[in-house]
Design a protein around this ligand. Sequence first.
Ligand code: AMP
Length: 285
Amino acid sequence: MTIVAHTIAEVRQAVSKWRASGKTIGLVPTMGYLHEGHKSLIDQAVRENDCVVVSIFVNPTQFGPGEDLESYPRDFNHDLALCEDAQASLVFHPTPEELYYPDRSTTIHMAVLSEELCGKSRPIHFDGVCLVVAKLFNIVTPDRAYFGQKDAQQLLIIKRMVRDLNFPIDIIGCPIIREADSLAKSSRNTYLSERERAAAVVLSQAIAYGQKLASSGESNPSAITQAMRDILAKEPLADVEYVEIVSQENIKPIVGRINEPILCALAVRIGKTRLIDNFFFNPND
Ligand code: AMP
């Protein structure tokens, strides 16, 4: 039986019972509208911990003006059924009022790592993510927390925040789960029309090609990103926001040759929908 908690007090009560009996706790933070990508995180958390908390919260502080906060898809009954099926111990589904004081005055600012890639068009996004994730860490006090590589910049930023603020939590990165045609699964894929959905496959095609070039020894970042742009340019519905190769260490563009672990990431608008995809590559492997 999965417990449903709407308040911080209910979560703390369950957590202290688990702690008293020596249980380990895994946390999977999500914004809901759960799919197989989220389920893979929950499954891994269930394998590696005695108890698993899934949070479902469309976090207002990570949405900028004009973004899709109001229209973000929501289906709590479906999400709960998925969590029950995955044998999560508790689903935390707070209201924004439960999590945020109206006069809250504490913020988190992620410098440097939030400046490139998605941070350029979403300047407050990662500070909002860090704030809500830090709060969830303090509420749930997990041993491990699970994040998808789908949001690679977010994963690297959360690892940095945990290091910098000394959270005693292991951050576990999980692989990208894809549709049959290899489009990365995303709650936002639901915004796509049939024509747009067909066009969206170009993102993963560009990623696969970039990955192939990097693994076959191409070490010039702009040769890789240009080849990826050429693929994206063939799809008339694809409006490219960025295609970048950055250091996994500081998320700054690689200058010269690739000789350290990199993140190659892209963001593309298909119609009104902004989609992202990426790969990690380590030339020393
Ligand atoms: P979201 O609900 O979009 O905030 O995502 C919650 C968590 O699920 C984040 O850590 C995401 O990176 C992860 N996630 C979302 N989509 C996928 C996917 N296709 N594969 C793996 N993880 C994912």
